[in-house]
Design a protein around this ligand. Structure first.
Ligand code: FAD
Length: 399
């Protein structure tokens, strides 16, 4: 067994943990990041994360400062317009469209979309280039003991790590959260998301469309063109039973169902990836901190994939924690610093979780009266210019 000293130990090498490793490493902290899973950075490999992430402007700035954006930029598809479409009438056709155009509030797009498997690849490349950051795959945390001035962590490879700050980025079933005795409140919707990539006959014109009918939204998110063909990633939320039935269809039947649910907004669809299925929950940790420890990303908050908020909240966690560590360079990880993290991030998380929960419930409804209320709400929000612009800024996290 060896005993290793480091500034920061990150539990979890998902997209959030790797982004944190790059951000803290670039800022000059010594970082170790561990993850029990094998490294998968190829879209076609079993277990590859086929989701894509739309990074909003503030998240892009965090990635830029962490030295990652320069490697991602050329693969990113801009999101210029977020389009909400209501298809909640008797027929499955669009009865109202509402466009939210980034040019109303900014010279830049709302965000940029990138596949998660590629994010991991480029973040791991960045870590390779940082001498003060070490990523240890196929290794998990086994025991955590915290003291006033450090956290002592036993890894399952037999090593012991002493860190001035332990960051729990180990996902919705976080080991660190449990080790710190922090409870989390979980809401289940009986809903799942099907995730896949389509090739389509019409260009997406940098528009992401969220089509609401029942069961949850069907969202198209632009991807870069490839060899002259147009691509988008799709997140299709449905009740659990419907999602499982859709997942069991063969490719041709599934493509026909997706074509119908898309209301043809992208023209003719061709399935261009495997399909993955994700359970949808809302979850929030009661606290974000323990002695010498902080929770970030899905260890702290999980929300339904609506409005591209999930990982963007995670990058706001990283940005806040890093800024506090830099401001308290000699005392980072102290109780005073961690209290500040809790008081900055917890209310913002709670507000966004509540907002996305409401949107998801409105989108799931199968009730005609509630569907027409949803339609009226969409019309009202869209028609009043200041309200529309505030909504866009709130979504971006720049309000
Ligand atoms: C369908 C779908 C679409 C989405 N789209 C968007 C979007 O467009 N924009 C957006 O911002 N967000 C989006 N999200 C949310 C976003 O994908 C997640 O927030 C993000 O991927 C979670 O990253 P994470 O690193 O927190 O967790 P994870 O990816 O779950 O990573 C946690 C890591 O911790 C590791 N781990 C587990 N146990 C241990 C242990 N004991 N020790 C060490 N490590 C451990 C795991 O192996 C894993 O690698 C979407 C989510 C879904 C479901």
């Amino acid at each position: 067994m060896s005993r290793i000293h480091t500034d920061i130990l990150i539990s979890g090498g998902g997209v959030a943990g790797l982004a944190a490793a790059c951000a803290f490493g670039t800022a000059g902290f010594d970082v170790i990041c561990v993850d029990p899973a094998p490294v998968i950075t190829d879209a076609n490999a079993d277990g590859a994360d086929l989701r894509s992430t739309a990074f909003l402007q503030p998240a892009r700035n965090t990635l830029r400062d962490a030295g990652i954006w320069a490697h991602l930029e050329r693969y990113a598809a801009p999101l210029q317009i977020m389009r909400l479409a209501d298809a909640g009438g008797v027929e499955n056709e669009i009865r109202k469209l509402a466009d939210f155009d980034a040019s109303e509030i900014s010279d830049e797009p709302f965000g940029w979309n990138l596949p998660n498997w590629l994010l991991r690849r480029e973040m791991l490349n960045r870590i390779e280039a940082l001498e003060n950051v070490r990523f240890i795959p196929q290794t998990a945390l086994r025991r955590v003991t915290t003291r006033n001035d450090h956290a002592l962590v036993n890894l399952d490879n037999g090593d012991q790590v002493s860190a001035r700050l332990l960051i729990g980025a180990d996902g919705r079933n976080s080991f660190v959260r449990e080790a710190l005795g922090i409870n989390a409140q979980t809401k289940r919707y009986g809903q799942k998301a099907l995730v896949f990539v389509v090739k389509h006959s019409q260009p997406h014109d940098d528009i992401s469309t969220e089509i609401h009918r029942s069961g949850g939204p069907f969202t198209t998110v632009p991807m870069p063109d490839l060899d002259g063909a147009h691509y988008s990633s799709i997140v299709w939320m449905e009740t659990g039973a419907n999602a499982s039935a859709l997942a069991a269809l063969n490719d041709a039947e599934f493509t026909a169902a997706a074509q119908d649910r898309s209301c043809d907004v992208l023209g003719k669809l061709t399935l261009a990836s495997r399909r993955a299925i994700w359970p949808i929950i809302t979850q929030q940790a009661d606290h974000l901190i323990g002695q010498r420890s902080a929770l970030i990303a899905e260890a702290a908050h999980v929300i339904p994939p609506i409005g591209a908020q999930g990982l963007n909240m995670s990058l706001a966690d990283i940005e806040t924690l890093l800024t506090l560590c830099m401001d308290h360079r000699d005392t980072f990880g102290s109780a005073e610093m961690l209290d500040q993290y809790q008081s900055i991030r917890h209310p913002d998380m709670a507000r966004r979780i509540k907002g996305v929960d409401m949107l998801n419930r409105a989108s799931m409804t199968d009730h005609d009266t509630l569907k027409s209320l949803r339609l009226k709400g969409l019309q009202a929000l869209h028609h009043v210019t200041p309200l529309r612009q505030t909504l866009m800024k709130t979504g971006l996290g720049t309000d």
